[in-house]
Design a protein. Structure first.
Ligand SMILES: NC(=O)c1ccc[n+]([C@@H]2O[C@H](COP(=O)([O-])OP(=O)(O)OC[C@H]3O[C@@H](n4cnc5c(N)ncnc54)[C@H](OP(=O)(O)O)[C@@H]3O)[C@@H](O)[C@H]2O)c1
Length: 291
């Protein structure tokens, strides 16, 4: 797919962490294209406007705003919403508006192994993938693995206290940095993925929470211990820290699925899209602890 000065590429979630990275990558990789950030509050992304990103107001809950925002858009990256439980209806609104606007390619950020995943996050992604396929739109599905940054709090806490807890045991986590998935999405919408492809994206080297403890200790120079608990005991610990019951159960439940392999994967497809190795765990740990 060629990019010309007339090509318009929009990205949802422009105020979010992944969306803004994708937009920055698009400005760098395709300076000739018109790059549009879609978001509820354009005031949240004035830094992107300064980089030449056009900002348009769009709320997943407001179909009229989506119809207006997608006018004249050729290609769209639909970054999945963070409003768990409402996401399928929100994504469906975007897909319907994209169809009405005549968008020629939709790239959707799904979840690693979505149809087979036991993670409670998976069903909304599967529903969205199915709606996208049924829409008749040309699509690329990027099934993203875990962001290494999901462990930011655990990494910071462990660097201070020398320990952190979880329930993922020997479960392998083939994570990559957000920046890796962002570059993959930018490249996919620029033509590195073929329309109709569904791609499983994961980092090059899978690790366990025990390996994470070793990396943190390597950076801090002090001992760091990973305490592995059962899923119910980890949920109870999270509740004792003040997390709402439903959130604690959800997070602990994910750890149980990690043990079963929900986040293990291979790095070659991500590497093919980005043209580089995924960011090593050690590098993300160092970046987080230096910040
Ligand atoms: N693979 C992983 O490890 C992982 C981890 C976390 C999340 N995710 C998924 O990947 C997505 C991107 O990650 P992220 O780190 O960029 O998440 P994030 O920083 O939380 O960004 C989420 C974006 O969704 C937008 N949004 C929420 N509700 C909306 C609505 N009704 N209308 C329009 N926009 C709405 C937010 O806009 P506002 O600024 O207006 O709230 C924000 O821009 C997440 O939303 C989630 O689906 C994946």
């Amino acid at each position: 797919m060629n990019v010309s000065p007339k090509t318009t590429i929009a990205v949802t979630g422009a105020s979010g962490q992944l969306g803004r990275l994708i937009l920055k990558d698009l400005r760098k990789a395709a300076p000739e294209a018109e790059v549009i950030g879609l978001l509820r509050d354009p005031g949240k992304a004035l830094d992107l406007a300064a980089l030449g990103v056009v900002l348009r107001k769009a709320d997943y809950e407001d179909p009229a705003s989506l119809n207006e925002a997608l006018r004249g858009v050729d290609r769209l990256v639909l970054v999945s919403s963070n409003e768990i439980g409402k996401r399928f209806a929100q994504h469906r609104n975007v897909i319907e508006a994209a169809k009405a606007a005549g968008v020629r390619l939709v790239v959707y950020t799904s979840l690693l192994h979505a149809p087979d995943s036991g993670l409670s996050l998976a069903p909304e992604h599967v529903q969205t993938e199915e709606a996208l396929k049924a829409s008749g739109l040309s699509y690329v599905i990027l099934r993203n693995g875990w962001y290494t940054e999901n462990y930011s709090d655990a990494i910071r806490q462990a660097s201070q206290t020398g320990e952190f807890a979880g329930a993922a045991g020997e479960g392998r986590i083939a994570s990559a940095a957000r920046a890796d998935y962002a570059l993959a999405a930018a490249q996919a919408v620029l033509g590195a993925a073929k329309p109709g492809e569904t791609l499983e994206l994961a980092g090059d080297r899978a690790w366990t929470l025990g390996d994470l403890a070793v990396e943190i200790a390597r950076f801090t120079g002090g001992p760091v211990v990973y305490k592995n608990l059962s899923v119910p005991k980890y949920a109870a610990l999270l509740k004792a820290f003040g997390l709402p019951e439903a959130v604690a159960d959800m997070l602990a439940g994910w750890e149980g699925e990690i043990v079963k392999g929900a986040l293990d994967g291979q790095g070659e497809t991500l590497r093919r899209l980005t043209g580089r190795p995924s960011t090593p765990l050690s590098e993300t740990v160092a970046q987080l602890l230096k910040a």
